[in-house]
Design a protein around this ligand. Structure first.
Ligand code: VTB
Length: 361
């Protein structure tokens, strides 16, 4: 009598990046998160970021990969480490494109507030959107909504549709009423109108001061209490959200927008930003017109063999914060996943002195 061979079957359909690199990727985000956790609540967001970046880079450089940073800490001239275009890894092994955010939520860490994570994604070469570091205005929803859309071709989440219409679709997909839906959105003046519309539609709003990446991932996890993420935030964060969303079967739609435009700056500020950023945009094949095109999950992360890992620094929406104990020992909580559909919640404990700090549950 044949019996299901779940793990064997899933391993067979996993690509080489998922098979070879994913187990080690967990340690990369763990190392960055532990480094950042020592800086939690110390009020210095730049230093917290710096130690997370350095730890992530050290760990990345131990991996047998030929990696190129596609989403990183900035341009070569503005970031000393993990800048866009930097080659990382030992140079042996599989070719990968990499998106990193070694400390998503630097303010949250510096202030000791919930929601900061060390996060990264990888895919085969060409598998991660190579876009400008501006904003992406987005909507993120989970797999139930994708299923509903597939069954109802005329009811699709649309970035230009009224907020109420999108929320109606999400509510129907989840078998709930709109008043039971929770929407996460960054607490920014640029979102004032959207927040009003969400509330008028009857949904509940969870405002976050920073960090809308992990709420995006949470839309793909039933029981997280988060059903939709809306609003404009960093493009790198949106790409990382897309990597996880793709692995979990949800979706993100978005469009690039200049921060000066999204934040309602005066014309001269917008012109100055266009002048500063246009040459780089054009190099990437993006014009002011194509800036308006809608991008979906596959555009943001076209890869087939995509992996993602996020380790909480401070308490997360569904992850526990880093615990520090002993002298340098740590316990960390990570979510990692790959294209095959294998998702891991890892509770890792690193003990240096096994007698002095025995393991406890
Ligand atoms: C966004 C959001 C991030 O910073 O990028 C935000 O996606 C920046 O927005 O999660 P502002 O320019 O309005 O500050 C985060 O909140 C943290 O990196």
């Amino acid at each position: 009598m044949p019996h299901p061979k779940t793990v064997e079957e899933m391993t067979e359909c996993a690509g080489p990046i998922e098979c070879d690199v994913l187990p080690k990727l967990i340690q990369v985000t763990e190392a960055a998160a532990i480094a950042a956790a020592y800086q939690m609540g110390r009020g210095d967001k730049n230093f917290a970021d710096q130690v997370a970046v350095a730890a992530m880079r050290r760990m990345l450089n131990k991996l047998d990969i030929k990696g190129i940073i596609k989403i990183g800490e900035g341009e070569r001239d503005e970031a000393p480490m993990l800048f866009i275009g930097e080659e990382v890894g030992t140079g042996k092994g599989v070719e990968v494109d990499i998106a990193v955010d070694p400390l998503e939520g630097t303010n949250l860490t510096a202030d000791g507030c919930p929601g900061s994570v060390a996060v990264m994604a990888m895919a085969e070469r060409g598998g991660i959107f190579h876009g400008p570091d501006i904003y992406i205005d987005k909507i993120v929803v989970g797999p139930d909504v994708v299923k509903y859309e597939n069954e109802h071709p005329y009811e699709k989440i649309d970035l230009d549709a009224p907020v109420r219409r999108n929320l109606e679709i999400v509510a129907k997909a989840l078998g709930r009423s709109i008043k039971e839906i929770v929407v996460v959105i960054l607490d920014r003046p640029r979102h004032a109108q959207k927040i009003t519309e969400i509330r008028e539609a009857g949904a509940r709003v969870r405002l976050v001061s920073d960090g809308d990446l992990m709420p995006g991932v949470a839309t793909g996890i039933r029981g997280s209490g988060i059903h939709v993420v809306m609003g404009a935030g960093g493009s790198g964060e949106a790409v990382l959200t897309a990597a996880a969303t793709k692995a979990l079967g949800g979706k993100i739609i978005g469009r690039l927008v200049l921060p000066s435009v999204a934040n309602g700056m005066p014309r001269e500020k917008i012109d100055a930003e266009i002048e500063e950023k246009l040459p780089r945009l054009e190099k990437m094949g993006i014009t002011l017109e194509s800036l308006n095109e809608i991008m979906d999950t596959d555009k943001l992360v076209p890869g087939k063999d995509v992996i993602f890992s996020a380790t909480a620094v401070t308490p997360g929406h569904f992850l526990h914060e880093v615990s520090l104990f002993g002298s340098g020992d740590a316990r960390v909580h990570t979510i990692s996943m790959g294209s095959s559909g294998a998702v891991k919640f890892t509770d890792s404990i690193y003990i240096k002195d096994k007698q002095k700090n025995p393991l406890y549950l």
